[in-house]
Design a protein around this ligand. Structure first.
Ligand SMILES: [Fe+2]
Length: 354
């Protein structure tokens, strides 16, 4: 049997075994780990066949559901792969990965030896953090009959697998006992990068959780940072009509969200290129607005403005799902209605040609 068919059959086997499972260890968890492992493997040199088999089979029999026995999973995987006549070296590699996959307590060192194993372990751990990780933690807590949170119970850093296995703590404590530690336990560079944002998201989640617990009405929401760009060419500026987002139907400058680790200038160049296909030069700061409120959409923006000269390229509608049309306008005849942040900014009397 060729590798492709072995993967297909193993996918079906895992699907059959785990579909409909309710504790966050269902087929879709396996599916995400599989896809994430492939994504990481693209950036790291690894045997994709082994990576995929280990990802697909890694939760076929988790110790959490086999009275703490962590030898059932590798055994089942071995039987399955032998049935498909997979090479015995590959089988033992895959089983070795499954054996060493899971988190066994804050103080217990992982024994993952191969690149392939590190990748699948990273993918599994990425699925335990971020928005999906939060969802899975509470799903598992409910499944195991745990309290969601109890302010009187403090987290415990388990030093052995035995302690960790028999722990009965709350789901919120699980964040401290495991989920917040995972970022620093990632094996590969790619996964480390992916873990950053998911980690921060969990911290924000708990901030909000504790505030609501004590009846605080104050939200931990923060404004977002938008960047708008006045692109000048032949005495005109470039604008587009927005669609399918807040400010639908209004006219706006090219621009977008400032990304993590990005400067305003980098953001301006990137957004203009992504949206309209052109390059810009001579970027200057034009000013900002801080009160761009969209109460209906629950959004608050601080918008930073850049003015720049057209450099090269032909204007094309690169994101037709977001813009209705693009055009150059003279300052005296810019179209209405304007996108709110731009309308707010122009109240200051700003003129890009002065
Ligand atoms: Fe898993």
């Amino acid at each position: 049997m060729d590798n492709e068919s072995i993967i297909r059959q193993t996918e079906n086997y895992a699907k059959e075994k785990l579909s409909g499972e309710g504790s966050g260890h269902d087929w879709w968890h396996v599916y995400r780990v599989w896809k994430t492992a492939l994504h990481i493997a693209e950036h790291e040199k690894a045997d994709l066949f082994v990576v995929q088999l280990a990802a697909l089979l890694h939760d076929i029999a988790d110790w959490k559901f086999n009275s703490g026995d962590d030898s059932v999973g590798p055994k089942l995987a071995k039987e399955w792969l032998e049935k498909l006549n997979v090479d015995s070296k590959i089988i033992s590699h895959v089983c070795d990965i499954i054996q060493n996959m899971s988190f066994k307590g804050a103080g217990v060192k992982s024994l993952m030896k191969t690149k392939e194993g590190m990748i699948v372990q990273d993918a599994d751990r990425l699925d335990a953090i971020g928005a999906i990780g939060i969802g899975r933690a509470f799903a598992y807590g409910g499944h195991a009959g745990r309290e969601m949170y109890n302010p009187n119970e403090k987290p415990v850093m388990h030093q052995t697998f035995e302690q960790y296995k028999s722990a009965k703590g709350t789901t919120v404590n699980h964040f401290y006992e495991k989920l917040f530690l995972l970022k620093d336990l990632m094996n590969t560079k790619t996964a480390k990068r992916m873990a950053e944002g998911r980690h921060v998201f969990m911290e924000q989640f708990l901030d909000e959780f504790y505030k609501e617990w004590e009846g605080s009405a104050e939200s931990v929401q923060r404004p977002k940072i938008g960047v708008g760009v006045f692109v000048i060419k032949d005495g005109k500026i470039l604008m587009h009509k927005r669609k399918n987002a807040h400010g639908d139907g209004t006219w706006s400058l090219p621009g977008g969200h400032l990304e993590w680790n990005e400067t305003v200038e980098e953001c301006a160049k990137r957004e203009v290129l992504e949206e309209s296909g052109i390059e810009i030069k001579n970027l200057r700061h034009a000013g900002f607005t801080s009160g761009d409120f969209f109460p209906k959409e629950g959004k608050h923006y601080v918008t930073l403005y850049i003015v720049a000269d057209y450099d090269s390229g032909e204007v094309r509608d690169m994101e037709p799902d977001k813009s209705e049309k693009w055009s150059w306008f003279e300052w005296g005849s810019i179209p209405k209605p304007l996108f709110l942040p731009m309308e707010n900014f122009l109240k200051s009397g700003y003129n890009p040609f002065r």
